[in-house]
Design a protein around this ligand. Structure first.
Ligand SMILES: [Zn+2]
Length: 322
């Protein structure tokens, strides 16, 4: 499949139709239902918790609303209403090039699905992608930005595409040390990135269950590593699925910036906390980047946009995957 290049569209995009998605909440263990609606240009990705008092459930899906990064990325609003595990949905939206959507959720967390972004990508592509008239704006990195926290480190370098690299280092020999890179501007998100699942360790899982967390966790929504063994019968989807999933998390966390990043992000031992702290450092370092439309950037560098026929390509890719 060729990349539909939805991430390179010069104009903003939303969904063609409203779609539904139901799945289990990782922590509550209860079914969560989501309805994803098209939304106006420049509105971004926003959520409404339908299970709280009317008028209190709206949460803007942006980095400044991140309230917790311990197990997953959680966003919240001024009423203390929160929504957990948003990162894999955000990665799917970013990978499908969707700038604007309104998402209704009837519980405190986004469903975990299979622990990857792939089920969300299927739902979004089934809804169809609609071009909007307004230009898409980007954050164009012009100077390197670094952030260090103990043995965790991240740097964002200038670059002509939107690239993410994660380096993992685990004592466990199954996971080990591994590096994975993905370029949102050129690579095939659906095939090569969206299917990478989250992972956990059998011994840690038991202690989390004891304190009332991950009631919905199972081998159907995570890779579980027990010592030097993978408990999932079918094994891994990719040889480097662990590092690949860390890249997916980076893409999801960076989607909360609200604009595509034009630059190359490298993170050593990344997690949601490192990504979030990095994003804060980035946006506070105003001299390191410019805010510009992708159209103006391309004009400035004589780059021809090759994705105008993306809807056609998308249909082809859907045909292949049916
Ligand atoms: Zn994840």
């Amino acid at each position: 499949m060729t990349n539909p290049l939805l991430t390179n569209s010069l104009t903003q995009q939303t969904l063609k139709n409203t779609v539904n998605c139901v799945g289990i909440g990782l922590h509550s263990g209860k079914n969560v239902s989501m309805v994803i609606h098209p939304a106006e240009a420049n509105s971004g990705i926003n959520f409404v918790r339908k299970d709280v008092s009317p008028g209190k459930g709206f949460i803007t899906g942006r980095w400044y609303n991140v309230v917790d990064t311990k197990m997953s990325t959680t966003i919240g609003n001024e009423y203390g209403v929160t929504l957990q595990t948003v990162e894999h949905l955000f990665a799917a939206l970013k990978g499908c090039g969707i700038d604007n959507a309104l998402i209704e959720v009837d519980g405190p967390e986004v469903p975990i699905m299979d622990g990857s972004s792939a089920p969300f990508v299927d739902v979004l592509l089934n809804a169809g992608i609609e071009d909007q008239k307004e230009d898409r704006n980007i954050i164009w990195i012009q100077r390197p930005i670094e952030y260090r926290n103990g043995d965790k480190y991240a740097i964002l370098m200038p670059g002509s595409s939107s690239k993410f690299t994660a380096e993992i280092q685990f004592d466990n020999t199954i996971i080990g040390t591994n590096v994975c890179s993905f370029d949102l501007s050129h690579d095939d998100f659906r095939n090569n990135m969206s299917r990478a699942r989250t992972f956990g360790f059998a011994d840690e899982i038991n202690s989390l269950i004891e304190v009332g967390l991950i009631k919905g966790g199972s081998l159907t929504n995570a890779i579980v590593v027990d010592g030097e063994e993978i408990l999932n019968e079918d094994g891994l989807r990719f040889k480097n699925e662990f590092a690949r999933h860390k890249v997916l998390d980076c893409i999801g966390d960076f989607a909360l910036v609200g604009y595509q990043i034009l630059g190359s992000y490298y993170a050593k031992k990344p997690g949601h906390e490192l990504n979030h702290q990095f994003i804060k450092a980035l946006l506070n370092n105003r001299s390191a980047w410019s805010y510009i439309s992708l159209r103006d950037y391309n004009d400035m560098f004589g780059i021809k946009y090759a994705g105008k026929n993306h809807n056609e390509q998308l249909h082809k890719s859907q045909a292949v995957y049916k």
